[in-house]
Write a protein that binds this ligand. Structure first.
Ligand SMILES: Cc1cc2nc3c(=O)[nH]c(=O)nc-3n(C[C@H](O)[C@H](O)[C@H](O)COP(=O)(O)OP(=O)(O)OC[C@H]3O[C@@H](n4cnc5c(N)ncnc54)[C@H](O)[C@@H]3O)c2cc1C
Ligand code: SF4
Ligand code: SF4
Length: 626
């Protein structure tokens, strides 16, 4: 299968190893896990023989490879509470007790959190609504919270389960590899698709033994080309392979990928005596800023998964998720449960909130897209795992059909067996309902909540649906964001002082806005750097190029907001004390992808893109509990 070859794309001058496979998959999240589960099960006929033969190794079963960027399976970040319809369909006898940290959902709460500090930015309309809400009987003054007496059906997850996505994907991965029919290779970032004349003919793995700019050094090992009749792209919300295909082939007319959110989460050992029962699901809104949603799910053994989402429609140039996460945990409604708890792990990841708005071409000659990179995440129900799994299953069924019939992986055939299945599925029907559900947030929080309620309760026939702005169009100048709270002159002074002293501007602005310093307890409330080391256990293998790059250095030099710095989940992007773009430290990057869309300047060559490029890289989180 292995030979020397010269490839046709980005760096044709470098001789590379190449390998032929039948099917190559990018990423091992729930989407590809669902695909490979379905495919490997269906590949063996009732007589115990493979139902199809490999084209590249005649006489053998099809050769199926999967490359995962992270250093091990399950080293990603997710919630997770899920209704688990598709997962249960794949595992009808599933007992959550078989998967570490999984449990059936036992109770659900949605709580509105008032601001007990008076530090958040709340519009006049929201303050008036809050004043009225405080008079309701469900308002708990001591906890500064109001638990909704009723949860709309579209938000309910019962009967579902809470689980750790890390533990779940490891559990599934073991079963897939146990079949001997597919190989999953973690620690192997895929650099790019191999696109030739509009056809995807495989993938190129990332070069190793290069310096930060990607230039060969001692021990240079050019990334191998893996060619395959079918490339399955399931590389998640910010995957470079899916985005490269979009760049090469474009998005369908009228589609855009403008809605995003950064999810930052922690896995916490709850304190002794915490009354929360396994399977408890809590969702919050209203605090630390009205735009920031929160979640807390209780696993067995006194462990909880909790965190916040900072969305792209949060019009703030100081989006520092880590500090907001800590203020959220300190809210009296949550702190009564968390005080005395211990951080077990921590991480961050982007959520593609564009859903069906940004659905790319789902299939083309030689490739198919599944999971979140294909727009499967449902932003109305807040559910992505089961949808990703379901799209993988649908593709798996379609691919088995083509393999059994000996047909090619052409666009027409993949549309017939996969895209049409998907169009008929519940994933599609629910995605159509959800498509415009979040658009109201473009106008503000109250309008957003009203829009969601309208969409959810009307089954998608009523929506508030203004045009969706590009992320960079939503980032105001700091002066405008602070107006009414900090005079322009003082903002300018703060900016100059922070630059001169190498201090963080977003921290200084939050301090000045009235956010108190977070008192670290050394267990749960730890410094951002400690969260990286203790919670994320972040590492970066040597010999890879920087996967975060600043495109136009002049734009960065002229940029006063530098949102990429405040939004960086790992403090991997820092201010440059000299003129030039911000500095990037690969060792601290958690691969959340937030820098890709948290930039206040558009790419001069593409108004839909930011001035940051985000490529394939190794390392990041080392935890399978997230
Ligand atoms: C904080 C947070 C909480 C969430 N909570 C919930 C929840 O409670 N319920 C729910 O249903 N959903 C939740 N989601 C959404 C859910 O996590 C996603 O919808 C789901 O993980 C999408 O699955 P996927 O397989 O498409 O992509 P991913 O899970 O993103 O998997 C993609 C995989 O591809 C790999 N990859 C990326 N680039 C490359 C490359 N170049 N080479 C090789 N591999 C690559 C990644 O490392 C990753 O393992 C949450 C998301 C976040 C961020
Ligand atoms: S990457 Fe974007 S936000 Fe960051 S400094 Fe450059 S232009 Fe500004
Ligand atoms: S540099 Fe890394 S940690 Fe920072 S925002 Fe980008 S992907 Fe996330």
């Amino acid at each position: 299968m292995t030979s020397q070859s010269r490839s046709q794309d980005a760096t044709p001058e470098i001789p590379r190893q190449s390998m032929e496979a039948d099917i190559v998959c990018v990423g091992f999240g729930p989407a590809v896990a669902g695909f490979l589960t379905t495919l490997t099960r269906g590949l063996t006929g009732e007589d115990g023989m493979p139902v199809a033969e490999s084209r590249v190794m005649p006489g053998m079963a099809p050769q199926i490879m999967c490359y995962e960027r992270a250093d091990d399976i399950g080293f990603g970040v997710s919630g997770v509470v899920t209704r688990g319809r598709a997962i249960r369909a794949s595992f009808p006898d599933l007992d959550p007790a078989a998967i570490p940290l999984a449990h059936a959902v036992t109770s659900e709460k949605v709580a509105y959190l008032f601001d007990p500090l008076g530090a958040s930015r709340r519009s006049r309309g929201l303050r008036a609504a809050e004043a009225a809400a405080r008079r309701l009987p469900w308002h708990d003054k001591a906890l500064a919270a109001l638990e909704l007496p009723w949860i709309p059906p579209f938000l309910r997850k019962e009967p579902g389960f809470v689980l750790s996505m890390g533990q779940f994907t490891q559990w599934v991965g073991g079963q897939i590899m146990g079949t001997g029919l597919a190989q999953v290779w973690p620690g192997t970032p895929v650099a790019a698709p191999l696109v030739e004349d509009g056809r995807v003919r495989g993938v190129r793995l990332a070069d190793q033994g290069v310096n930060r700019k990607g230039e060969p050094e001692a021990g240079f090992m050019p990334g191998m080309d893996v060619t395959a009749a079918l490339t399955v792209v399931g590389d998640g919300p910010v995957g470079p392979v899916g985005r490269a295909i979009d760049a090469a082939l474009g998005l369908p007319a009228g589609r855009h990928q403008r809605d995003w959110a950064l999810g930052m989460k922690a896995v916490v050992q709850l304190p002794e005596g915490c009354p929360l029962a396994p399977g408890t699901v809590v969702h919050t809104l209203g605090f630390p800023e009205p735009e920031i949603f929160g979640f807390l799910y209780v696993y067995p053994e006194g462990v909880a998964s909790l965190g916040i989402f900072v969305p792209s429609w949060f019009d703030s140039p100081v989006r520092t998720a880590y500090r907001y996460l800590q203020h959220w945990m300190r809210h009296p409604y949550l702190w009564r449960w968390l005080e005395g708890g211990t951080l077990r792990s921590w991480g961050a990841k982007t959520l593609a909130e564009w859903g069906r708005h940004g659905e790319p071409f789902l299939a083309g000659d030689g490739y198919a897209r599944i999971g979140e990179c294909s727009g499967s995440t449902n932003v109305l129900t807040g559910s992505g795992v089961d949808e990703a799994w379901a799209t993988g299953v649908l593709l798996g069924e379609g691919v088995l059909e083509l393999l059994r019939q000996g047909r090619e992986f052409t666009r027409e055939n993949l549309e017939e067996v996969y895209v049409s299945r998907r169009r008929r599925s519940w994933v599609e029907q629910e995605a159509r309902v959800a498509e415009k559900s979040r658009d109201g947030f473009q106008w503000g929080v109250i309008q957003g909540l009203v829009g969601m309620a309208l969409t959810g309760l009307s089954g998608g026939s009523l929506n508030l649906s203004p045009a969706v702005k590009r992320p960079h169009e939503r980032i105001p100048a700091l002066e405008r964001y602070c107006r009414g709270r900090i005079p322009d002159r003082e903002v300018a002074e703060l900016r100059a002082a922070c630059r001169a002293e190498g201090r963080s501007l977003h921290d200084a602005v939050m301090d000045r806005m009235g956010w108190p310093q977070v008192e670290y307890d050394g267990k749960l409330l730890v410094s951002h750097q400690d969260a990286l080391l203790l919670g994320g256990k972040v590492q970066a293998g040597p010999g890879y190029a920087d996967h975060v790059r600043f495109k136009d250095h002049g734009l960065c030099a002229a940029c006063t907001e530098q949102v990429c710095i405040s939004a960086c989940s790992g403090q991997a992007i820092t201010a440059n004390p000299e003129a030039g773009p911000p500095l990037f430290d690969r060792e601290k990057c958690v691969h959340c992808g937030a820098c890709l869309w948290n930039c206040s300047r558009p790419d001069p060559a593409d108004p839909e893109a930011a001035n940051v490029s985000f490529g394939a890289g190794s390392g990041g989180l080392h935890s399978n509990e997230n």
